[in-house]
Design a protein around this ligand. Structure first.
Ligand SMILES: Cc1cc2nc3c(=O)[nH]c(=O)nc-3n(C[C@H](O)[C@H](O)[C@H](O)COP(=O)(O)O)c2cc1C
Length: 372
């Protein structure tokens, strides 16, 4: 598994693109240049990222838009089929598919990921999510389980998937939720290992699930240069908690990047996109999915939450500034022990080339990435 988690390269800090399969990516904004998430744009982006030496692409499994002026995330390419297309068209990138355990039968998911893994020759990853978005489950006619029971189900789900990937011959499974008889799955994953597994649960039970079962744990907030010590402590705590389960885990995080030649330009654009032109109705829709409304919490608390979601691109530190500043902050994250970060851009195709040309060489000089 070492080569898989290293994403087949020597970069101490892995950098990936997060959210490109969904319209507007990770920024609920009305600006006209917001991300389309069309297939031609995704394909161009993946090939550009592959050639520039970025490490991974992480999609968002989203089935229904959040409404608002833009119907934020209203257009989303299904993540496993998206990953398959991108893996076939690239050579180096690891591409994740994100799967809602309660919506996909584990044997079908196991087989889909094996197929993707053979197409990508060992470059597919799996993000296991249990779902938090009530409206989405209603649309399938599937009832969401009570919070912690979602992870009980996910435990059985991942046990079945791992058995399908590893068991030579036929197996039965007799769980509380899943009962399988005479299950058999061939071929096995590429190269005698298995796809990378990640999870991003933020609750205690979600984190425990990740530590017990996954190779990578994504946290939404891994701070800034001002909280280096705090980050290092957090990463150390997560790794120690994993060791208590007899496992090693790598910590990843997410963020938004707005990188411009001057700090003023970056700050102005950040404000223009994230705040002045925020799609506030979409943000309200997203909060309502978490049962957060002006009726359920005090008005000033509600206002803080929606501002937080706008300012942090729906969860994740905003890296806003010159190439020097963005590189410095990313290096700090790496020094805190974070293995990788999934970043989003307002318009990935328009902005990733500048990021790769200016920030990646600075990270090489800082010793956290190697030259391709
Ligand atoms: C990096 C990252 C990626 C995520 N991807 C998805 C996703 O694609 N679909 C989804 O429904 N939830 C996604 N989530 C939400 C988490 O899986 C999780 O449900 C959420 O953090 C709440 O945690 P909990 O389930 O422990 O309560 C993501 C979260 C993060 C930080």
């Amino acid at each position: 598994m070492h080569d898989r988690i290293a994403m087949y390269n020597g970069n101490a800090l892995k950098i990936g693109l997060f959210g490109a399969n969904c319209s507007s990516g990770r920024c609920a904004t009305t600006v006209p240049e917001r991300w389309s998430a069309s297939w031609p744009d995704c394909l161009k982006l993946a090939q550009l990222a592959d050639q520039a030496g970025l490490d991974f692409m992480l999609p968002i499994a989203r089935w229904k838009g959040y409404g608002g002026t833009t119907d934020f995330h209203g257009h989303s390419l299904e993540t496993i089929t998206w990953a398959v297309g991108l893996l076939a068209a690239t050579e180096r990138l690891t591409v994740f598919g994100t799967v809602h355990a309660p919506l996909f039968h584990p044997l079908i998911a196991a087989k889909e990921f094996v197929t993707a893994d053979h197409i990508g020759e060992g470059r597919v990853g799996v993000n296991i999510v249990v779902g938090w978005n009530e409206g989405e489950f209603d649309m399938f006619g599937v009832r969401q389980r009570e919070h912690d029971a979602r992870y009980d189900y996910a435990q059985e789900w991942i046990d079945v998937v791992k058995q399908a990937w590893s068991c030579d011959g036929t197996f039965d499974y007799d769980g509380q939720f899943l009962k399988l008889t005479g299950a058999r799955a061939y071929p096995k994953p590429f190269g005698g290992t298995r796809p990378l597994l990640m999870n991003a649960g933020s609750s205690e039970v979600g984190q425990a699930f990740a530590l017990k079962n996954c190779d990578a744990f994504f946290v939404a907030t891994a701070g800034s240069r001002t909280s280096l010590a705090g980050n290092a402590t957090k990463v150390a705590e997560i790794k120690a908690a994993a060791r208590a389960f007899g496992r090693d885990i790598e910590v990843f995080t997410v963020g938004q990047v707005i990188c411009r030649p001057t700090q003023q330009e970056a700050d102005d654009y950040y404000r223009h996109v994230n705040i002045d032109n925020a799609d506030w109705a979409a943000i309200d829709g997203m909060l309502a999915n978490k049962s957060i409304t002006p009726q359920t919490i005090p008005p000033d608390e509600y206002d803080n939450k929606r501002r937080y979601f706008a300012a942090n691109a729906i969860g994740g530190y905003p890296f806003v500034g010159t190439p020097d500043r963005v590189a410095e902050e990313l290096a700090v994250i790496s020094q805190a022990g974070v293995l990788g970060i999934g970043v989003s851009f307002v318009n990935y195709l328009a902005e990733v080339p500048y990021f790769c040309a200016e920030v990646l060489p600075r990270l090489e000089r800082a010793g956290v990435r190697v030259k391709m």
